[in-house]
Design a binder for this molecule. Structure first.
Ligand code: CIZ
Ligand code: SF4
Length: 313
């Protein structure tokens, strides 16, 4: 009987979350990188841009965003009339801040025919310095479609370098930001996995270092990695991104007998890891962690809209 206690507690928590969602008129949105137990309580799970755009189509007064601040900010920017709550307001993405205004201003002053391209993993303030945003799913397409010859890519050096290699007709100037979690995945860990699973397909997120990307058979965003695994004939996969994606891969490949391997120790984003089921419950109960509309929201939305226009061409 004792052993069933954790399961009963989890069921009790899930029931409370469901009841509060109904009472508050709230929809829970979760990123693939938050813990699997939190994803299980969400109404929708996806990448940051999917969640922000999806919110526009849902007629509810409150969103609870299980993820990091730039994601909640994006939901708020695209849905300014709705309340957006974060179960853990301190969950922030360090890379979202890894660019200095003076560096952007200097390049703007020195380089003509320039577009400043900001990864969506940035604060609203950084988005206001940019001409266009990109996600890891559409960065190559959007940069290719730009009329400008020169591109300053902020903040991620790894995604920026990967895009530069794929779009050689552009002159891409890189910045020095990086994701501490993806940066920590080392070639030695990848080689150990390849030795243990020689037939496995290697899939990597473009936030990984160049040396790790060189090992990959497939490079893509979380969504692209998940879809490639779900659609593939292969039986084994080595996945080089945050281990949270395992939950969605398991949902999408149920019964197919596919095996997925992550580096050891498993890549965990410490900020995403803070978004626990208990904090989601408390957030819904107390309606805390509300995200304010960022300053000059129109200017921050412009690069997001420009991205949609270019990505849709
Ligand atoms: O944009 C996102 O959601 C992130 C952080 C990664 C990805 O590849 O989807
Ligand atoms: Fe930021 Fe990296 Fe965490 Fe994504 S995994 S939220 S880029 S720190």
């Amino acid at each position: 009987m004792e052993e069933d206690q954790p399961r009963r507690d989890a069921e009790g928590l899930a029931e409370k979350v469901e009841r509060l969602k109904r009472e508050r008129g709230a929809v829970v949105l979760a990123h693939y990188y938050v813990p699997a137990e939190t994803q299980r309580l969400a109404d929708y799970v996806g990448d940051s841009f999917y969640l922000a755009r999806l919110a526009k189509t849902l007629d509810v007064p409150v969103f609870v965003l299980c993820g990091v601040s730039f994601m909640a900010e994006s939901v708020k920017l695209l849905n300014p009339a709705r309340r957006v709550l974060m179960p853990e307001p301190a969950a922030d993405c360090p890379m979202a801040h890894m660019v200095r205004r003076e560096d952007v201003d200097r390049v703007r002053a020195e380089v003509e025919d320039l577009a400043v391209v900001a990864y969506v993993n940035t604060t609203a303030e950084v988005k206001r310095w940019a001409d266009v945003c990109v996600t890891s799913s559409n960065a190559i397409k959007v940069v290719r479609e730009l009329p400008e010859k020169n591109v300053l890519f902020i903040p991620d050096v790894n995604l920026g370098r990967y895009v530069a290699e794929q779009v050689p007709e552009k002159n891409v100037i890189l910045n020095r930001g990086y994701c501490p979690t993806h940066n920590k995945i080392g070639v030695a860990q990848v080689e150990a996995l390849e030795l243990a699973h020689p037939d496995a397909l290697v899939l990597a997120h473009p936030e990984c270092t160049r040396e790790v990307l060189d090992e990959a058979d497939f490079i893509g965003s979380t969504k692209q990695i998940i879809e490639r695994i779900a659609a593939g004939d292969e039986r084994e996969f080595i996945v080089l991104t945050v281990v949270g994606v395992a939950a969605e891969i398991a949902r999408r490949t149920e019964g197919q007998g596919k095996r997925v391997f992550f580096p050891e120790p498993a890549p965990v984003c410490p900020n995403m890891a803070m978004v626990t089921p208990e904090k989601l419950l408390a957030c819904l109960g107390n309606m805390t962690g509300e995200v304010a509309l960022p300053e000059d929201p129109q200017r921050a939305v412009e690069p997001l809209e420009r991205m949609l226009e270019l990505a849709g061409r």
